[in-house]
Design a binder for this molecule. Structure first.
Ligand code: MEV
Length: 416
């Protein structure tokens, strides 16, 4: 494995050369990255309505990750300056052991909503009695995907009470392989719905995947040794974690910090980050809204952190062919399956959370954050890469981060 230490000290071109070597990227792939993954207007026009341009984000690499014994560099697309640096630092502090991770088989839940039934109990019974007929349709619809390990696994019918009367909800369990699964699942649901209507006399309403992908969870854990992070940080993270467990205002921000990392990998790999967000926060709300991470101190006094959340992410599917860099990001990571990707993402989420709690509970985040932010302001003020460091240094010293002020400072720098 190529040595990625000190990556931040290299120029973007040098980094690109390094990752090209390490991940065996072709010249075209390296060129696509150098081109900042530019999405051409005509391609964008095929993706959504009324296209007038495309939006770009920086794509960086999180280093120092060892996941289940395998070293990994993880591409992250994010505009917030401290997120990648934080992930790298937290991951480094887990070395040499790194992270342990696992992920469930990729089974998604899809829902059919049946309304307008007088005797819902009888209708549910009728669905059960005709289980084989319903499953045969679902299995048939999944046949084209069977060779990828996909298939209809089962279903459950239940009654919910609503302000519009009782409704029957049929939850289908569909194995979707390395896809996110929405298209496959929704096709099955629309395919079985007429039979459900015939068996129950119901009006079929919604037929849609659930983003609360509880059957498709990923887990990761790591140990941060007290001789590496210091005893005060161990105690600080435990205090911070307990704060989140006991207070929903804090918990929202705690989980946001986790999603900083997870969303950035989702974006880099062309995944639907809105569904990932929906899954994470609805999962966190099961019971009482709770932190997605958990920490405790082991018998040696070291800090053990873990994370668990649904991660319905794909390594194949439409996003891979529309995002110019998604496939390259997966190649850099060296992951092939959706489970491997979910495991890596869980590790990044845990790393970002640990980094935030460690900083917040000790020196605070503003010092590091503003240093990086100052550079962004300098660039926004018109500074080139070299000038940006100087402008950032001055506005940080003067503690004035106003954009107009940064422009003045830039003028001064240019005058020498
Ligand atoms: C900022 O994007 C994320 C944090 O607020 C997360 C946290 O508070 O745990 C720093």
């Amino acid at each position: 494995m190529e040595d990625f230490s000190g990556l931040h000290k290299l120029t973007p071109e040098e980094r690109l050369a390094k990752v090209k070597r390490a991940a065996n990227l072709t010249d075209d792939e390296a060129a696509a990255l150098r081109d900042s993954g530019a999405l051409k207007l005509d391609k964008a026009d095929k993706m959504v309505e009324n296209v007038i341009g495309a939006v770009h984000l920086p794509l960086g690499l999180a280093t120092n990750f060892v996941v289940n014994g395998k070293a990994m560099v993880i591409p992250m697309a994010v505009e917030e300056s401290s997120v990648i640096a934080a992930a790298c630092k937290a991951a480094k502090q887990t070395l040499p052991e790194g992270f342990k991770a696992e992920a469930d088989d990729p089974v998604m839940i899809g829902q059919v909503q049946l309304t307008g039934v007088d005797d819902v109990a009888k209708a549910v019974k009728n669905i059960s009695l005709n289980r084989n007929e319903i499953m045969a349709i679902a299995i048939q619809l999944m046949k084209p995907h069977e060779r990828y390990g996909c298939g209809a696994r089962g279903f459950e019918a239940r009654i919910i009470d609503t302000l519009r009367g009782p409704m029957i909800i049929v939850d289908f369990h569909i194995a979707v392989g390395d896809a996110q699964g929405a298209n496959m699942v929704n096709t099955v649901l629309e395919g079985v719905a007429p039979t459900l209507a015939k068996l129950t006399g119901a009006t079929v309403r919604l037929r849609i995947i659930s983003n609360l992908a509880v059957k498709r969870r990923a887990r990761a854990s790591a140990v941060w040794r007290k001789d590496v992070i210091g005893e005060d940080t161990v105690e600080g993270v435990l205090d911070a974690s307990e704060f989140a467990r006991s207070d929903v205002y804090r918990c929202a921000t705690h989980n946001k910090g986790i999603m900083n990392g997870i969303d950035a990998v989702a974006l880099a790999t062309g995944n639907d980050w809105r569904s990932v967000e929906a899954g994470a926060h609805s999962y966190a709300s099961l019971g009482q809204y709770h932190p997605l991470t958990h920490y405790y101190k082991n018998e040696k006094g070291d800090l053990v952190g873990s994370i668990e959340l649904p991660l319905a992410v794909a390594t194949v599917g439409p996003a891979m062919s529309t995002s110019p860099t998604a496939k390259i990001a997966l190649k850099i990571m060296g992951v092939k399956t959706s489970r491997e990707l979910a495991m890596a993402m869980a590790c990044v989420g845990l790393a970002n959370n640990f980094a935030a709690l460690a900083a917040l509970s000790t020196e605070g985040i503003q010092k590091g954050h503003m240093k990086l932010h100052a550079r962004n302001i300098a660039i926004f003020a018109g500074a080139d890469a070299e000038e940006a460091d100087r402008v950032a240094e001055i506005i940080s010293k003067e503690r004035n981060f106003d954009a107009e002020h940064a422009k003045e400072v830039l003028k001064r720098v240019r005058k020498g």
